[in-house]
Design a binder for this molecule. Structure first.
Ligand code: ATP
Length: 208
């Protein structure tokens, strides 16, 4: 199994790259999705969040009200730590479980927006960073999600810098061009680097 960590700033194109890698045959594990799943209605994760932060972090439908939770949990370091203590172990266990379900010859792509911020690079055989020109990211986020430019820039400023990501990257993928171009880059990466690397990892570490 080859473990690839995929990251990049908001709107850089992680989901776009992950979707193409999945089409090519990768097993994609989406960290954002797992983070949502562990606090879905009916989970013990959500029950513990409510126990800790109160009923008013729920919407009338019984779902997590993210804005209400953020207002409470990100108010101070201790609250943030309490939320992390609920979510992080659950996210970790689910991630390990999904990794364990992958086949021995799989190329597993873990899409983790905050991989660099979390210092997680050493967990992977290879770290793939997707990047795009900042103005372009702001424009794409506006067009696709209606995010206003000021909000997009504030989010970008709160994340790791391009230099910090570059320091963690084994492969740098520039997604400032067309959708066709990034697809071609991903295809080349898959055939020329990931597939041969996976075969190499497996040859070097035969399973007992
Ligand atoms: P987030 O960090 O918010 O999850 P992301 O890094 O996963 O974002 P995407 O969702 O893949 O980024 O891309 C952001 C938006 O830009 C999407 O609407 C996507 O369709 C669009 N996009 C991505 N790559 C290109 C491209 N090369 N040309 C045009 N639009 C693109």
């Amino acid at each position: 199994m080859l473990r690839v960590g995929l990251t990049g700033g908001i709107g850089a194109g992680k989901s776009t790259v992950a979707a193409r890698l999945a089409e090519l045959g990768a097993t994609v594990i989406d960290a954002d999705r797992i983070a949502r799943e562990v606090v879905e209605p009916g989970t013990d994760g959500l029950a513990e969040v409510v126990e800790t932060f109160g009923e008013d972090v729920l919407t009338p439908e019984g779902e997590l009200d993210r804005a209400a939770l953020a207002a409470k949990a990100f108010a101070d370091d201790e609250s943030r730590a309490r939320l992390n203590a609920i979510t992080h172990p659950r996210i970790g266990r689910r991630t390990v479980e999904l990794m364990g379900q992958a086949t021995a010859d799989a190329i597993v792509v873990h899409d983790v927006p905050l991989l660099v911020e979390g210092g997680m690079g050493a967990n992977y055989h290879l770290v793939l960073v997707v990047d795009a020109d900042e103005d372009l990211r702001v424009r794409r986020l506006g067009e696709s999600r209606g995010m206003d430019a000021e909000d997009a820039r504030a989010r970008i400023a709160a994340q790791a810098t391009r230099e910090q990501r570059a320091a963690a990257a084994d492969v740098w993928l520039d997604n400032s061009g067309t959708a066709d171009l990034v697809q071609a880059q991903v295809d080349a990466l898959w055939h020329e680097r990931l597939v041969p690397f996976e075969a190499n990892v497996r040859r070097r570490r035969p399973r007992a």
